[in-house]
Design a protein around this ligand. Structure first.
Ligand SMILES: C[S@@+](CC[C@H](N)C(=O)[O-])C[C@H]1O[C@@H](n2cnc3c(N)ncnc32)[C@H](O)[C@@H]1O
Length: 232
């Protein structure tokens, strides 16, 4: 990983904001990922993120924290938060913004336990592929304190396969439709392609049960997105 994402966050944090990140996927053309959006305040967040933050309790693990916007809000509310990310640049930004406890770490290597585990901005993305969902969910479950909760958001991207007549053109032979290749570039530098998983709520619920997690829908967002709560 070249950490293009982390470098872009660092540029913004250091006052060197000149352009946004460009993303594309295996099923969609180029799109702009606004750097200021990655530094959003509570009032600028979508309602499913606001709801997730409102539900946080006790000690919180912010998985894939990015610039630490969710961690900072919770910390200011008085909660004990640990922010983690595989991006070195992201964690440097968290520290510069005042997140007290942050670490460069893959969530699969986390060992502490928490009352709340937060995964936001398509939190299922880090699972990468459908076959990996139960591995990640089992691990997240092992990081929960008694009566703990996992708050995770994602989207059902089935709408992206809908044609003008309302029919769907998904290829039944090519795996789960939410498994995408994700491409990111910034200032003419390209990140290595990543796998990124969008999971519809029913599939998340189905994958949660064998792992011993109960999965409930908290709220739906404005665009096929939703927030789920997983408990033991
Ligand atoms: C879409 S960004 C979301 C950032 C932040 N949560 C937000 O809402 O602004 C996903 C983040 O997850 C991080 N990430 C991806 N896989 C991870 C893993 N296995 N463990 C920890 N962080 C991971 C990426 O580096 C990136 O910062």
């Amino acid at each position: 990983m070249k950490d293009i994402f982390g470098n872009a966050l660092l540029d913004y944090q250091n006052g060197n904001y000149t352009e946004d990140i460009i993303t594309s996927t295996s099923i969609s053309d180029e799109d702009v990922l606004s750097l200021p959006y990655l530094f959003r305040t509570y009032s600028e967040m979508p309602k499913i993120e606001q709801k997730a933050l409102d539900l946080c309790k006790g000690s919180v693990l912010d998985v894939g924290c990015g610039s630490g916007s969710h961690s900072l809000y919770l910390q200011e509310k008085g909660l004990k938060v640990k922010a983690l990310d595989i991006s070195k640049g992201a964690i440097e930004v968290c520290k510069k913004r005042g997140v007290l406890h942050s670490e460069i770490l893959n969530v699969l290597n986390e060992t502490e336990t928490f009352d709340t585990i937060l995964l936001l901005m398509n939190g299922t993305g880090i699972f990468q592929e459908l076959v990996q969902v139960s591995k990640y969910l089992s691990h997240l479950k092992s990081l929960l304190k008694p009566h703990g909760q996992i708050l995770i958001d994602s989207s059902d991207i089935k709408y992206m396969f809908e044609d003008e007549d309302g029919g769907f053109w998904m290829d039944a032979n090519s795996g789960y439709y939410g498994e995408l290749d994700y491409f990111l570039s910034y200032k003419n530098k390209k990140e290595a392609p990543m796998k990124w998983l969008y999971l519809d709520f029913d599939t998340l619920k189905l994958a949660s049960e064998p792992v011993g997690l109960s999965c409930e829908l908290v709220i739906e967002g404005n665009h096929f997105d939703y927030l789920a709560i997983l408990t033991v």
